[in-house]
Design a binder for this molecule. Sequence first.
Ligand code: B3K
Ligand code: ZN
Length: 874
Amino acid sequence: GQVFKLEDYRPSDFSIPQTGLTFRLSPDATRVTAVLTIERRDGAAASASLVLDGDGLVLKRIAIDGRELAPADYLATPDQLTILKPPARFELLLETEIAPASNEALMGLYRSSNVYCTQCEAEGFRRITYFLDRPDILSIYTVRIEARMDEAPLLLSNGNPVESGPLTDGWHYARWHDPFPKPSYLFALVAGNLGQVADSFVTMSGRKVELGIYVEPGKEGLAGYAMDALKRSMQWDEQAFGREYDLDVFNIVAVSDFNMGAMENKGLNIFNDKYVLADRETATDADFANIEAIVAHEYFHNWTGNRITCRDWFQLCLKEGLTVFRDHEFSADQRSRAVKRIAEVRTLRAHQFPEDQGPLAHPVRPRRYREINNFYTATVYEKGSEVVRMIRTILGPEAFRAGMDLYFERHDGEAATIEDFLKVFEDVSGRDLSQFALWYHQAGTPNLTVSSTHNPAAREFTLEIEQSVPPTPSESRKRLMHIPLAFGLVGAGGEPVAYGGVEGAAVEDGVIHIRKRRHMVRFSGVDERPAVSLNRGFSAPITLSVEQKADDQFFLAGHDSDAFARWQAFNTLLTDALIAAFRQILGGAKPAFSARLTGLAGKIAGDETLEPAYCALALSLPGEADIARDIGRTIDPDAIFAAREALALAIARANQDAFANIYGRLADDGRFSPDAASAGRRALRNTLLDYLSLLPGGASLAAWHFEAATNMTDRAAALTVLAHRHDGSPEAVKALAGFEARYGADPLVMDKWFQIQASVPGPKTVERVRALTGHAAFSMANPNRVRSLVGTFSSANQTGFHRADGEGYRFFAQTVLEVEKRNPQVAARLATALRSWRSLEPGRQAKAREALLAIAGAENLSADLRDIVERTLA
Ligand code: B3K
Ligand code: ZN
């Protein structure tokens, strides 16, 4: 396939200031009439032909300024339309015919449960009409939709409604106009029979905006939380960033077939219904938090993405990293900042670190791609957000806000670049961010090695810090980075240690600015050896190798005033113990854990000065994949699983009574609120249930918890414990059957049932998952179903997927190819589950490679899947 390169960017020869679209909707033959105002740009050659993108299109009619074109004037293929020698300014009329009902790739115009909807990012608009389908072509859209009244009473598009009315033969129409120029990837249309939840919001300048959330009829009662999250998002963006909404209406539509989470189309966000529909009976606290975050994220795109968009797809992080940063800040303000930060870092480490450390590693701003859809990655999104966070750390909150203000002022209405973004911060602060910019350009997770010495006679404390960036595909030599390392020197009573001066690196506001390979940072006037707390608040997305005494680590786990660093200290102790246990198990020994460690777990659980949500995070052991990543090579997932189980049991046994007491104290009183404090109590109680379930009587405790649950969080937690810890027990069998009987008709809840079973540890799960693909509630055509069952199995079941005989991989290869026939994007995403195959032990490595080769060797492989598999094998 073709390789697109950043350095090849050049503006198009033509612009499209106005786009008129008329849709005459029908499932198998929708007629699309596009009327495009096209202008040759100044400086473009007069002989330049116009080359429009298409994807599988059938051209039915073509005219310029009202005159039909002769066959010699143009060249049309399904994927391209070339107009030879066009005039300098003209109106182009195009008619295409498309079949939304048979569009299973879910890109362009398709049908989901009889609702017409669209997904155009990144390159789906070219499946609707021929166009300059690139983000730097900003156009003003006017859209007319015609449909049968009975089939589609509701007709929505971007912008503001202009007019609507009946037509003959039971048809009707609506016209929408979006006054803000936008790229084609933000175009959207929805038509169908949907239920509405209506509300309104008055903006900071006093304009009233009509808000609508549209869902499957009958599900209106499940959209209240999303509506509430939307209004809080609108208000927060005014307060935190001075950003006001700009149209008369803002609509959200929930559909059940969607390739990702949601899409920020101007004024008409389209959502995966999983991120809209919720109530206590059907959604977990994690679902509520996701809904809040994603509603906010898509709304925040209105300024970061829509008003200011990307010049080209290499700049994707310009909108995505920045918007993730904004939704993180929003959630931190709505919930608990410390807990939110820990959760963010766990996600970053679970998804971005393995990407950065494997064959699919790429810079936050990639320089080349073959298939852009494969670059909507944890690196672009999550690491991209961390880079924005570092800019704020370096500049401080005031200068950061001034920079953002300047960004909005300077680039509103434009398609911008990362250089534009960095420049506003340089301009407001006078700082040189050129070394910092490497965070956008260089892939790989930097590592800092740190050791310390204290010289009591000289009253000096010295940190020796060395940076390195590991090689990544096609970047073997790395340049030195600017790493803002937040730190604290902690005295014996937990207090910050004062120091006289510091030399060896710039230190500002508790941040050491690492810029060279090696720094000797010397603090003077330090009498007693302090404990060092490093990378506080996770100020930089790096790994740390710290020579730290266990005493210091225990001390920080109990006393660090920075909540993130305190959590990190305990997490590091757990990880170290798990890795030691892993080695003991491989050596044939029985793992042992210190009473100090298991005792600290009990202390954290019982510390009432800590938020329950924090305790729950602290007590949930590092995941098997996290442990594997820290071990790094010759991974045996069975030994990791055994180590983790052994530690969980040791902690449960050591704290049996305390855990049972706290579990009892947190009992559900039957009232329900999805707020962070209530969710935190449920999280701690369910974490304790997980431990207690390992002790005698555990299965019946979990069964009781399941039966007594008054909300989905508790019910799903108990079901997980039963299925994972007591698989095959009468209690587990009964609970799984009961859940299925109760929720069999609710696909989103059945997804949880699929997930829980797909993640049952052990060699038998692959057969179970295979059997579940035949379940009545399962469908290979629905991305949520596929991700819940097959995605969970391959990315969240280490012992099941990596079964030693390779059966998990064989099932996986077969299923990826089956999904691909319908939906290449979803298949390509699934296929990334094998990206860390080279860190497995040799036996599994060989079998994983066979599976990858089986995929690579299949006939007619899509560009999406070929790109992932070839890079993974390279
Ligand atoms: N911008 C969309 C993602 C589109 C993915 C296209 N393959 C959702 C978001 O990030 O808000
Ligand atoms: Zn986004």
